[in-house]
Design a protein around this ligand. Sequence first.
Ligand code: ADP
Length: 184
Amino acid sequence: MAEAVIFLGPPGAGKGTQAARLAEELGFKKLSTGDILRDHVARNTPLGQRVKPIMDRGELVPDDLILELIRAELAERVILDGFPRTLPQAEALDRLLAETGTRLLGVVLVEVPEEELIRRMLRRAEIEGRSDDNEETIRRRLEVYREKTEPLVQHYAARGSLRRVEGLGTPEEVYARIRQALGI
Ligand code: ADP
């Protein structure tokens, strides 16, 4: 049977790192909308040209574009990182999972205090030079998270799918909590 895990949490929480580990251990495909979009920007595709200014401002790419990407890339066993990020995306995903008979194994919410998120993203800016990791954009991304993405916590809690995980500590410690939260 098809299965999916969702990673939810603010920017800088470490979702991408943890999602990659879990994908490797379970043999699932990791689907990161941020990575796919950044790849389009790097290759300067028409989609990349369209989304770059949006991403650089810390705003969200329109739902219809994201849903098209997800439909094209969805796999039998998949870990979703950075998607869904809005209620319409979550509702579209609910339908997609139902249509494809995919079981949601859990929604992992990685929780990290805001000061630490900002510290991590500023550090990442120095190391990786991501063009959306500057102070102004970071603050906007956190605002957008609170406004548009945080309501998904309630959406998934109401369905009994939410697994809260403390995101402070070493990546190994956080990963151990995630395995426990998912009952692996
Ligand atoms: P972070 O979690 O650090 O903000 P991501 O790599 O997940 O980083 O996303 C980077 C940017 O890509 C977002 O700020 C947004 O502009 C865009 N993006 C990624 N996923 C989505 C999505 N599901 N819906 C809309 N925009 C998205």
